[in-house]
Design a protein around this ligand. Structure first.
Ligand code: S3P
Length: 740
């Protein structure tokens, strides 16, 4: 049975001393210290870092419950040998070394089979300062502690060690020894090698004696760690030799590429390195701040608190169109030349597309204020990504990308977040297979998608089984790489941004809806793209104004592609006072301003031919239906069941919570409107299933509610509509985003 009543820390430097101090603060440990430097020990007692200074190391080891070796990593080896005879079967022996391989090897040498109480570990924390004077009681708070247990380590000893470091404030991780040493070589040892070497090189340059006088923040930030303890780092580099050399060689290779790019004035390569590095560094900052967009469910802790009432007044512009933003990156990347995009949607979905192409070697500058510059690599210029492509919540990315990937020479795997990983991908895998692609899906036809490169694609004549622009686009994009003609016929008109944009990039898409075709083997030529505002995002404000007495709202520069205007047609049929003004054409896409004022709405049977033209708008339209006079019937909308959530079910459940009489059907819903009453909705808590459009739709209900509405799990609103809460508040809606 391993205990931790007495903890002996051997070596009272920065790490050992800080651990001692943190454990004393925890209150329930007797902290003993030993250091061969008597002054350090005396200071540790004086400063209250340890309870008791132990003069006889061997005796102390013999009676301690836990022995923590906190000496430079090279010294660990002889120390383990020296202390082995004094350990008891129930002594927990651990260390804090930055390298684990040599410590573990020493343990095998000394013990043959290491005892169950030997559990190596490493706190990922430190400072360039050293010695007992540098002790920082908070050094480990919210830092990782990596345990590298051996097959021989006793699980109970591992648990005791984890508890000790949790008490010191750390988050516990487990890794195997070799991986630990490889990871640390890259993330910690290499930066130290570089910093020591850089400062020494500059300092020994006789001609530049005074150079440090002119150095500022960049130099200071880059070289801070060169002030660290030389003996400690000497030991790290020696004991982790192979992993350090491997990562140093990789770095040298990268540095040579940068050097050559500077020699050649090769801006594309230089910008590629720097834009990728910049994004990676921002991502790292987000990880540090705990706000990274990760594979786990994106922070499920953002709720919207919606107060009853509010107004909808003003003149606004909503963010760029999501569908067009995705396609602008894809076609820009595959074009010859440089594409300049403005109005790009900086939401997580479109950013996932952008990142996927960066991962495949495309140099993309921005986005900065909606401006993006894509340095096209041509249809055959993509490179194999370093690992699986992660596309978050974005159905458009995975489906369109799969078409493009089918035509490459390399293999790729594409996966997404919890929601995306439940969505159907057979709808793209099947036609791609018919074209000759080799595609594997996960169980039940869901992601991850594995697409194997080097296959010869052939054009097909494909009748889409469902009205889906994503499937249509996937097949057309694969057709760029296919031999002969690829033809698609859709059962109902769906958004045609892919076809329009291909034409804009000089690639001819022939025919008229419902049948469009293209011939593979051509080339895309870069162009400039001005992305209009997203009519799907504008919808939330159109419905807000349509249901709120006294409202008067102008929404500028909204994309009015005829395959997207279902919401306008449906709201007008319901009696909305909606004017379309200033129609114009922006780079092949029609755009207009929308002026909407309150008018009483009436229930309708939504014409089925409008469904595909407004498919993403149904959650918000169902809110409008609840405020209308009479019954609204939606049919032919079974696609709603396979969106970011089952949107029919999500809306039925939420509206019932708010007191609305609604019935879900396999392909739609029947909603009884409650017009004539100032409050249509009651209050309550809404489950969004992390679906952005469900979250925003229920926010609108607050405008006609009698009590507060709490909309749960709204973080995914950032996938399509960054700044939604701010814009909603600016027109008079009463919504607050609350982090839990
Ligand atoms: C999209 C097409 C639609 C839509 C989605 C975006 C696109 O999906 O719901 O938000 O950009 O092509 P389906 O094509 O699956 O209907």
């Amino acid at each position: 049975m391993f205990k931790s009543d007495n903890i002996l820390i051997v070596g009272l430097g920065l790490i050992g001393g800080s651990l001692a101090a943190a454990l004393r603060r925890a209150g329930h440990y007797q902290v003993w210290g030993y250091d061969r430097d008597a002054d350090s020990m005396a200071q540790a007692v004086r400063d209250g870092v340890i309870d008791i200074a132990q003069q006889d190391l061997h005796a102390a080891v013999a009676s301690a419950d836990v022995v923590v070796l906190a000496v430079p990593v090279k010294a660990m080896e002889s120390l383990i040998e020296e202390l082995a005879p004094y350990l008891r079967a129930e002594t927990l022996l651990t260390d804090v070394g930055s390298v684990k391989g040599n410590v573990v090897a020493a343990a095998y040498r000394v013990f043959g089979t290491p005892p169950g109480g030997f559990v190596p570990g490493h706190p990922i924390a430190g400072s360039e300062r050293s010695g007992i004077g540098a002790v920082n009681i908070d050094l480990f708070v919210e830092h990782k502690f990596i345990i590298t247990p051996l097959p021989e380590s006793d699980p109970q000893a591992v648990a005791v060690l984890a508890k000790i470091w949790t008490d010191a404030g750390s988050d516990i991780l487990t890794m195997d020894v070799a991986r630990h040493d490889a990871v640390l070589a890259a993330t910690s040892h290499l930066p130290h090698i570089l910093a020591f070497s850089l400062v020494d090189t500059l300092a020994s340059d006789a001609e530049n004696k005074d150079i440090f006088r002119y150095a500022a923040g960049g130099f200071r930030d880059f070289t801070r760690v060169s002030g660290s303890d030389p003996v400690m780092w000497h030991d790290v580099f020696i004991t982790n030799r192979d992993a350090c050399l491997k990562t140093l060689d990789q770095f040298t290779e990268g540095l040579n590429v940068m050097r050559q790019a500077i020699v050649d004035g090769d801006s594309q390569t230089m910008l590629g390195i720097m834009t990728r590095a910049r994004v990676a560094r921002h991502h790292f900052e987000k990880i540090l701040a705990g706000t990274a967009y990760t594979e786990e469910d994106m922070s499920s802790k953002t709720n919207f608190d919606v107060a009853p009432g509010g107004q909808v007044q003003g003149r606004i512009r909503v963010p760029g169109d999501k569908s067009i933003s995705h396609r602008s990156i894809m076609l820009g990347a595959l074009a010859q030349g440089t594409t300049h995009i403005s109005g790009f949607l900086e939401g997580e979905d479109a950013l996932a597309t952008l990142q996927a192409f960066r991962d495949m070697g495309v140099v993309i500058e921005g986005p900065v204020d909606g401006k993006v510059t894509v340095h096209g690599v041509g249809l055959h210029g993509l490179q194999a990504p370093p690992g699986p492509l992660y596309v978050g919540n974005s159905g458009t990315t995975i489906r369109l990308l799969s078409g493009l990937m089918a035509g490459q020479q390399f293999d790729v795997e594409i996966s997404g977040d919890v929601s995306l990983n439940k969505r159907p991908m057979g709808r793209v895998a099947n036609p791609l297979r018919a074209m000759g692609a080799k595609v594997e899906t996960g169980d039940g036809g869901t992601p991850p998608l594995k697409i194997f490169g080097g296959q010869q694609l052939n054009g097909i004549n494909y009748q889409l089984p469902m009205a889906s622009a994503q499937v249509k686009s996937c097949v057309l994009l694969a057709g760029l790489y296919a031999q002969g003609e690829t033809k698609v016929t859709e059962p109902a008109p769906t958004r045609d941004h892919t076809e329009r944009m291909l034409n804009g990039f000089g690639y001819q898409v022939a025919g008229m809806a419902p049948t469009r075709s293209l011939v593979g083997g051509g080339q895309l030529t870069a162009t400039d793209i001005d992305v209009p505002s997203d009519i799907s995002s504008a919808t939330f404000f159109l419905v807000a104004a349509a249901i709120t007495p006294g409202s008067d709202l102008l929404i500028e520069h909204v994309g009015m592609n005829p395959t997207r205007v279902g919401v306008i047609n449906i709201l007008r049929l319901m009696g909305a006072d909606l004017e379309v003004s200033n129609p114009r054409d922006v780079g092949g896409e029609p755009v207009a301003d929308l002026h909407i004022r309150y008018a009483p709405l009436k229930g309708i049977h939504v014409p089925e031919e409008q469904v595909a033209l407004g498919i993403d708008e149904f959650p918000a339209l169902m809110i409008a239906a609840a405020c209308a006079e009479g019954t609204t019937v939606v049919t032919g909308a079974e696609e709603l069941r396979v969106k970011e959530s089952d949107r029919i079910q999500s809306m039925v459940d939420g509206l019932i919570t708010l007191g609305i009489d609604i019935e879900g059907t396999p392909d739609g819903a029947i909603i009884q409107g409650k017009s004539g009453q100032s409050s249509v909705f009651g209050g309550g808590e809404i489950v969004t299933h992390h679906d952005h459009r469900i979250a925003m739709s229920f926010t609108l209900a607050g405008l006609r509610a009698s009590a507060p509405i709490k909309v749960l799990d709204c973080a995914h609103v950032a996938t399509s509509f960054p700044g939604f809460v701010e814009l909603a508040t600016s027109v008079g809606m009463q919504v607050t985003s609350v982090e839990e």
